[in-house]
Design a binder for this molecule. Structure first.
Ligand code: G1P
Length: 295
């Protein structure tokens, strides 16, 4: 029997330096993919997977995130009076239930491991999900849901801790956390090792940690003490490596696509992919795209 995963942590304190000047006064998580912020796509993925409580680890200049997941009373009222019910419904659909969000701050940029540790009191003593908002996922044609839903299916099968993985070209492995592959079940496998951003040519596989995790609460005690690692930051991967000494970790090769919206190319590709998947605009957008080609 596994404990139901009810809570998800979204580390959203990052500075977004790769998107300056766009992110000078707007959090990078609020940049839009088609018609909604990057972060909303990720929160919707969590909600679809059955998450009930959304914990945001924010930082200075990120208050607009809190406003986004709240009712904007004046806006709702104006839309209602003008009969703009489609727009009003779009706002209502994205709204987590009252009391279903929590916000805490990472006071200094000490790394992803530290950001997750900042959520310890809000998570408490139960397994939880982590979704990195830079990674926006789309479900594959055969899959029952997006990446987090597939991770939860694997968790129900294997228990323990789960990490979503995907393959990248060997020359890209140094930019990510990498796992070593043990006993293989096809869509999932035992993880026998982890390393954060290995120097080029030293990665144990080309399977990257792709931004969705299900973790036991024991990780918090470890993150409290873990030493600074790659890039001089407190790394979640180093904490997980220590937890793996006493608990199982499985990797999930999910069916779907990931867009790394922490990079300009990934962000632009996500906009193209989500526009082409949106029946309201796909046709007209294809016509526009054709004007750019052939390359
Ligand atoms: C983080 C994680 C890394 C993971 C990556 C996915 O790195 O530390 O293990 O592969 O996210 O995007 P970051 O992108 O914050 O450097």
């Amino acid at each position: 029997m596994t404990t139901r995963i009810r809570k998800a942590v979204f580390p959203v304190a990052g500075l977004g330096t790769r998107f300056l000047p766009a992110t000078k006064s707007i959090p990078k998580e609020m940049l839009t993919i088609v018609d909604r912020p990057v972060l909303q796509h990720v929160v919707e993925e969590a909600a679809e997977a059955g998450i009930e409580h959304f914990i945001f680890v924010t930082g200075r200049g990120k208050a607009v995130i809190e406003d986004h997941f709240d009712i904007a009373y004046e806006l709702d009222d104006t839309l209602q009076k003008r009969g703009k019910l489609k727009e009003l419904n779009a706002l209502k659909e994205q709204l987590p239930a009252a009391g279903a969000t929590s916000f805490t701050r990472q006071q200094a940029p000490l790394g992803l491991g530290h950001a997750i540790w900042c959520a310890r009191e809000l998570v408490g003593d139960e397994p939880f999900a982590v979704l990195l908002p830079d990674m926006v996922t789309m479900a594959g044609p055969q899959s029952s849901g997006r990446c987090l839903a597939q991770c939860i299916e694997a968790y129900e099968k294997h228990g323990g801790n789960i990490i979503a993985v995907e393959e990248v070209a060997p020359e890209e492995t140094h930019q990510y956390g990498i796992v070593s592959i043990g006993k293989d079940f096809g869509s999932s496998f035992e993880i026998t090792g982890m390393v954060e951003k290995p120097p080029q040519g030293t990665a144990p596989s080309n399977c990257i940690i792709s931004g969705r995790y299900l973790l036991g609460p024991e990780i918090f005690k470890i993150l409290e003490k873990v030493e600074k690692g790659a890039g001089g930051e407190i790394q979640l991967t180093d904490g997980m490596k220590e937890l793996a000494a006493t608990q199982s970790f499985h990797g999930v090769r999910f069916d779907g696509k990931t867009y790394d919206c922490g990079s300009k190319i990934g962000f632009l590709s996500a906009n193209v992919a989500f526009a082409l998947a949106n029946p309201d605009i796909a046709g007209a957008f294809k016509t526009e795209l054709k004007k750019f080609g052939p390359f």
